[in-house]
Design a protein around this ligand. Sequence first.
Ligand code: SF4
Length: 345
Amino acid sequence: MDKGFLISKTEDEIREIFSSLGEKSFRTGQLKKWMYQLQPFSAMSNFSMQLREKLEQRFEMGYPEIMEKFVSKDGTIKYLLKLFDGNIVEAVVMKYSYGNTLCISTQVGCPMACRFCASGLNGLTRQMYPFELITQVLLINRALGSGREITNIVLMGTGEPLLNYDNVVYFLREIHKEEALGISYRNISLSTCGIKDNILRFADEDIPLTLCLSLHSAINSKRSMIMPVEDRIPLQEAVRAMEHYQKKTGRRIVYEYIMIGDLNIGDEDAEALWQLVKGQTAHINLIPLNGKVGNFREPTRHEIHSFLQKLKDRGLSATIRRSLGQDIEGACGQLRARYLENEIR
Ligand code: SF4
């Protein structure tokens, strides 16, 4: 009989496994503590030898493993993590003066097919499991040192987090707990393409993190050219859902905006952006496209600063970011332009 992998089970499923072995449900909490230390069955000293053997006969733990590590000259580290089924995901550590930010993936592959992103090219392979999400963070935390090395987490790697909703919400609640990493929700950012119904649902979860909407254009026809999600969920609906989240949590909305030459950085784009977000407690992260991606060209330095000025002239809060880890293709999921950010002004 093939062994299963405990890492792919939910907490409820693990409880059922213990129940089927005639064990009480508190064993689940004990197991989770061992998992959060990335320990094998053999180290689980508060389990009887008999119980450990029974578990070992049926399961492997299946923790993620670091397959490769690339270090950029700017200090950014990209890890390739091998999952229990052989799939590979990336995680990237960015070093800032205030601590280490870890960018993680939430799905293997991605169904969203954004045109500027390599991660969506082959569609969705599978969801990442809750304990896989948690242990990837703990694994990298351990690789960085012996303490709480990771201070911030961004769910901005491969995948649309709100389409792996239950697993991501479980992950957020757990990683926030002291027995995992005790990360404050204020130090977590989640980026979504604007899955409206799940943003509204998320607003009721009492998880006040920084929610970021991948906007990239405030003009429906242009956004549709680069983000197929626009045809199903128009940006105005996504923005209304973001406003609802902001009202429920008090957290500032963040809009992410990849600047693409000849596409979304003209006068009409600035005006549409202002019309869309005026009056909101919001910030716009401008992320210049890095290099040529498909038919898209990176903006010139003049274009970048000119677009920023157009937004500032309209009273919008906006900053330009630059990519970190370019020499190791550090941007999560090989995105050339997103997320690995370092404010430059
Ligand atoms: S940008 Fe994000 S949501 Fe879009 S295809 Fe890439 S990984 Fe998926």
